[in-house]
Structure formats: C-alpha cells, structure tokens
Design a protein. Structure first.
Length: 173
C-alpha cells in the first residue's frame, strides 16, 4: 500500500510525525513537509521517501503512481483552502488534487480553532467530495491519562477511518 503523508503549518507537526512512526513497517510511505513545517528528520524502520514540496514533478504528483491514501496532518487552513478551491501550486496541494480526481482516500486534519465560517465552508465543500475531515479532537471517553495516550487515540481513530489496522487505543466494550 502506498501512503502519502503531508505535514503543513507550524503547529501540530509532532502529530504528523507520530502518525508515520506508528504505521506498519511494510507500508510504502512518501512524506512532504511544507515550508512552515519543521523538518521531519528521523524515522526508524520505515520504507520512507522524503519529497520537496516545491517538486511538482515528483512521482507522487501523478495519478499513474497509484497512491492509495493521502493524509495531511496537520492541515493548515491555507492548505485546506487551496485544496477546496482546486489550487495545486505545490506538491502537497497537487497530491491532494490527484487524490480527489482519482477518487482515493484523502484525510485532512485541520489544526486551527476556532474555525471561521470560511474554513467551515471549505471543509463542508470537501466533505461533500468524500474527503475525510478529521481534526485532532480529544475523545474524553478514551479516558486518556497523558498527552501521549491522547495522541495514540487520535492516530488510532485516523488509522481506523483509513482502514489501517491498529491497537493504539482501548476500544469501547
């Protein structure tokens, strides 16, 4: 399975990094970071390719490369707005555009709050196109006792919706 993970914005970068760290080792992972995201520099035991966000000609920018899943964690409001308007001016937005046209799974984890009416309108527009809008919202019912447990819960929920098996959090019984 081919998975693209894009990390945009300046806050919440660690969630994107941890999303990758918990992936099964056999997944083919391609990572893009925006200019404002911190450099993702260390991953263990992963089949990972790092891509420059300005390289619009990268392999993952083509539908023929057949990416199965694209996630943007965190997803800045700027990136979300560009995707909603069909603007593909960098590799992150191009890959999202390809996921939409190829009708592949696309998950966006918007990171800013509160959401403006414009952001909500953009999210609604994308949700109507079957984009999974999944902000990192705390699940208090998970009874997490630390930030790390809450992060595992969030990542586990994202994996669930994407069909990636995991045991990152305790399920409801």
């Amino acid at each position: 399975m081919k998975l693209v993970v894009a990390i945009t914005g300046a806050s919440g970068v660690e969630l994107g990094k941890k999303f990758v760290q918990h992936l099964p080792a056999e997944m083919e992972v391609h990572i893009i970071t925006s200019k404002n995201a911190l450099t993702v520099n260390h991953f263990e035991n992963k089949n990972i390719t790092l891509h420059n966000n300005s390289n619009i000609a990268a392999s993952i920018a083509s539908g023929s490369f057949q990416v199965d899943i694209t996630v943007i964690i965190p997803c800045s409001m700027n990136t979300l707005a560009k995707i909603a308007c069909g603007i593909a001016d960098n590799l992150v937005t191009r890959v999202a555009s390809v996921a939409l046209k190829e009708q592949k799974k696309l998950l966006l984890a918007p990171r800013e709050m509160p959401f403006s009416a414009i952001a909500l309108e953009n999210m609604e527009k994308l949700a109507k196109l079957n984009v999974i809008i999944a902000p990192p919202v705390m699940g208090y019912y998970s009874e997490s006792s630390s930030i790390e447990e809450m992060e595992r819960f969030l990542i586990g929920k994202w994996y669930d919706v994407l069909g990636i098996e995991n045991n990152l959090y305790e399920r409801w019984k």
